[in-house]
Design a protein around this ligand. Structure first.
Ligand code: IPM
Ligand code: MG
Length: 359
């Protein structure tokens, strides 16, 4: 029997609430099958700052590096907003991604029929959207050096550096092409090559990899401003989107609204031996602790974890159960409209677990 070791990093805000539902779902899907999970819960972000004065204590990182996978809730909140640099909760997350070598962040966006009408866009424009954002996660302007602040003249300047090496572009593009190959074989590489030198290298490198290794996949290059517009005008045109760290951060939030709520979007950060799984939504401190958070993003993140752990049938069961719960009209506050049954975070989790198909 496979026994997977999972580090839980619930973090801040709504993180703990949604992680609790995701864990209960993992256990429920494993129970009738021949595998199980062993969990270690560790602090990260603001929670770790409070107890260890460090958003990612070394000992926590050691646990993560020794696990099969890591499930993170969310980091950050007003309480720690005055902190700067390595003391910010977010820097714990960035350090974790880097230390795990998780250079590719996969963010699937789907708009199931049951949610098309929840979108702020017209239902007929978003219905059937099924795209995958592959975001480079351990490079680009998030990590580039030099960075800093310095006095200049009678003021001050601040600077970050957007930098990519061909190796970093190639390895994330290869993952994106591999996914495109398993999907509808279309890929859109997003950059700002009309302005940024780093984007020119990005574009050339992606094109070269395509011509050499993936000529059968349809490749299109798109500027990031246009991509933002196309995502809301006609999201169905996209299959796989591959892009750098900053553009991917922005575009994935935009794409998340297609289904009506950021609370739906899961992610997997892969590339190293240990996978990191996290809902795309943040810590949402305004609704924390009230049972209002949508646990679906966290639950779909563990579906991605199950795929990573090579348990595809269990992953599929979780996805089916989420669809069934939505089809049955259960909605957390973020998605609740007339005619729906409004449920709490925990009730949504229970509804999903009740709908798990028996193997
Ligand atoms: C995300 C978040 C993070 C990011 C923050 C919390 C550092 O916005 O995962 O999209 O910018 O990567
Ligand atoms: Mg983001």
């Amino acid at each position: 029997m496979n026994n997977y070791s999972i580090v839980l990093l619930p973090g801040d805000g709504i993180g703990p609430e949604v992680v609790a539902e995701a864990v209960a779902t993992l256990d429920a899907v494993a129970a009738p099958r021949d595998f199980a999970f062993r969990y270690t819960e560790q602090p990260v972000g603001g929670a770790a700052l409070d107890t260890h004065n460090d958003p990612l204590p070394d000992a926590v990182l050691e646990h993560c590096l020794a696990a099969n996978a890591v499930l993170l809730g969310a980091v950050g909140g007003a309480k720690w907003d005055h902190l700067t640099g390595a003391q910010r909760p977010e820097s714990g997350l960035l350090k974790l991604r880097k230390a795990l070598g998780a250079f590719a962040n996969l963010r699937p966006v789907m708009v199931p029929d049951a949610l098309a009408t929840a979108s702020p866009l017209r239902a007929e424009a978003v219905r059937g959207t099924d795209l995958l954002v592959v975001r480079e996660l351990t490079g680009g302007i998030y990590f580039g050096e030099p960075r800093g602040r310095a006095p200049e003249g009678d003021g001050e300047k601040a600077f970050n550096t957007m930098v990519y090496h061909t190796t970093e572009i190639e390895r994330v593009a290869r993952i994106a092409f591999d996914w495109a190959d398993k999907r509808r074989r279309r890929i859109t590489s997003v950059d700002k090559a009309n302005v940024l030198v780093v984007s020119q290298l990005w574009r050339e490198t992606v094109q070269k990899l395509h011509d050499q290794d993936f000529p059968a996949i349809e490749l299109e290059h798109m500027y990031v401003d246009n991509a933002a517009m196309q995502l809301v005008l006609n999201p169905r045109q996209f299959d796989v989107i591959v892009t750098g760290n900053l553009f991917g951060d922005i575009l994935s939030d935009a794409a998340a609204t297609l289904g009506g709520s950021l609370g739906l979007l899961p992610s997997a950060s892969i590339g190293g031996p240990v996978g990191l799984f996290e809902p795309v939504h943040g810590s949402a401190p305004d609704i924390a602790g009230q049972g209002k958070a949508n646990p679906i993003a966290a639950i779909l993140s563990v579906a991605m974890m199950l795929d990573f752990l090579e348990q595809p049938a269990a992953a599929q069961a979780v996805r089916r159960a989420v669809d069934a719960a939505l089809d049955a009209g259960a909605r957390t506050a973020d998605l609740c409209r007339d005619g729906h049954r409004r449920v709490s975070t925990k009730e949504m989790g229970e509804e999903i677990r009740r709908n798990l198909p028996t193997p």
